[in-house]
Design a protein around this ligand. Structure first.
Ligand SMILES: [Zn+2]
Length: 462
């Protein structure tokens, strides 16, 4: 068991209050995944420092893919018989991290599980890592995100670099030049990545990293997969993206498996949770940290065979002979939305019907909403010939239509409506092939209700 600061009366008071509040909140039917931790930290500001950490503490951070990657690592550990503390269904800020850890601790702060996989919001790094030292930190990527919540990629990279303890082993995405440049002085860095695939671009259009971090010259690219993800190099000083220690060297999208090469000639064939390239990165990062932690490859391989993507991220059902798919598309997050558009466009099928509901409800109701992210997001995948009709539903439907028109989407394919239920009806009356619902996580409940209504009407019509 790891060393922690000694417990004191303040800690005991904090733990008691937090555990009682968690019990009360759950009795009232609330999920209580953040408030108990907030109470604990309010009473005892260094509460996390006084909690004893499990023998293996893996943290996962980065702009996109935190939840999926944490869930993958967790599932493998659980299948191998370990008890795992995890916050993926709760909150990933300080209160949520404290809640997950205290819920799986005794009153004196001893961990009940041998391992913990904790998802950490990038912006909360300074508040969290000053109190706890992860054994491993996986960082999937550092991309542009909600401007008002995350400011700029340089800011996120700076706070991560300042916060991560030197003892922590970093598992970084080699194909993201911002992420791979984290903590340049650390000797505890390993990289994962995906080798070039046929037909990839060589022009770096992204504005998140344009200039060489060493000499300031304009960067060039061996290949660009999307945004700044790819292998970059500096023609002036020789800087280049690091070679991955764990590299996906082949993707078989038919069997849904990929080959991971590592350790000077070793290979491992792993099943991916789905063929979306972002999920292959998530799988690769999860496998890399487990291998790095000394987990037997055959156990990782066996566990990956039975892994599934979390249903709130992606799910498909068939009703009346029509496939209805829900794909998460996080509003205010331009790269996540562009990836969702691109993935849906790349799937087999003709005359697809897309119902896009990516209004950020919390921004609409509690905050001043910014629409600038819509213009930061690449809508060009919606021009794909396999897309038959696009319904933008929600308060911002007119902004989405304008952005799609600017991207060159045929206006005759676009319908708009203010209500989400209305969007469901519109997509059904439009006729066509399979239906894809691209929904914001903040309206998961509402989107699922729309999906169920669509499925119900399709089944009745059958
Ligand atoms: Zn350079």
């Amino acid at each position: 068991m790891k060393q922690a600061k000694k417990i004191n009366l303040r800690f005991i008071a904090a733990m008691t209050a937090a555990k009682l509040s968690r019990f009360a909140l759950r009795a009232l039917g609330r999920d209580g995944s953040c408030t108990p931790g907030i109470i604990a930290v309010k009473i005892c500001p260094d509460f996390l420092s006084r909690l004893k950490m499990p023998d293996l503490l893996i943290c996962v951070t980065g702009t996109n893919g935190k939840t999926t990657t944490s869930n993958l690592i967790c599932s493998v550990l659980r299948r191998a018989g370990f008890g795992v503390t995890n916050n993926s269904t709760g909150s990933n800020v300080e209160g949520g991290v404290a809640t997950a850890l205290l819920a799986a601790s005794t009153f004196t702060g001893k961990p009940k599980n041998e391992t913990a996989v904790i998802e950490v919001d990038e912006r909360s790094s300074l508040r969290i890592y000053r109190h706890m030292t992860p054994d491993y930190l996986v960082c999937n990527n550092i991309m542009r995100d909600s401007l008002k919540r995350n400011a700029h990629t340089d800011f996120i990279a700076y706070i991560l670099g300042a916060a991560v303890p030197p003892e922590t082993k970093l598992i970084l995405n080699a194909d993201d030049a911002i992420c791979s440049g984290l903590c340049p002085d650390s000797e505890n860095r390993k990289y994962f990545g995906i080798s070039a695939e046929p037909g990839e671009d060589t022009v770096l259009r992204s504005r998140d990293i344009v200039y060489c971090p060493v000499c300031g010259a304009r960067l060039a690219a061996d290949y660009v997969r999307y945004d700044h993800i790819g292998r970059l190099r500096c023609p002036s000083c020789g800087f280049r993206s690091p070679d991955p220690d764990y590299c996906v060297t082949g993707i078989d999208r038919i069997s849904g498996r990929f080959t991971l090469s590592y350790g000077g000639g070793k290979t491992l064939t792993l099943k991916t949770v789905n063929s979306n390239i972002v999920n292959i990165y998530n799988c690769c990062g999860a496998a890399a940290v487990l291998l790095e932690a000394g987990f037997p490859p055959e156990k990782i391989q066996a566990a990956f065979e039975s892994l599934e993507i979390v249903k709130s991220r992606f799910n498909t059902l068939t009703a009346g002979g029509v496939k209805v798919t829900m794909q998460l598309a996080k509003g205010q997050n331009p790269v996540a939305c562009a990836r969702a558009f691109s993935y849906v466009a790349s799937l087999p099928g003709e005359d697809k019907r897309l119902l896009v509901m990516i209004d950020d409800k919390s921004d609409n109701t509690n905050n001043s909403e910014s629409v600038c992210w819509i213009y930061d997001c690449d809508y060009s995948a919606l021009k794909d010939p396999s897309v038959g009709v696009i319904v933008f539903a929600g308060k911002r439907c007119r902004d989405h239509r304008l952005r799609a028109l600017i991207a060159g989407v045929d206006g005759g394919k676009i319908r708009i409506c203010d209500g989400l239920d209305e969007g469901g009806k519109l997509i059904l009356s439009s006729g066509g092939g399979d239906i894809y619902i691209l929904n914001d996580p903040y309206i998961l409940k509402e989107s699922t209700a729309v999906r169920d209504a669509i499925a119900g009407r399709l089944s009745n019509a059958d």
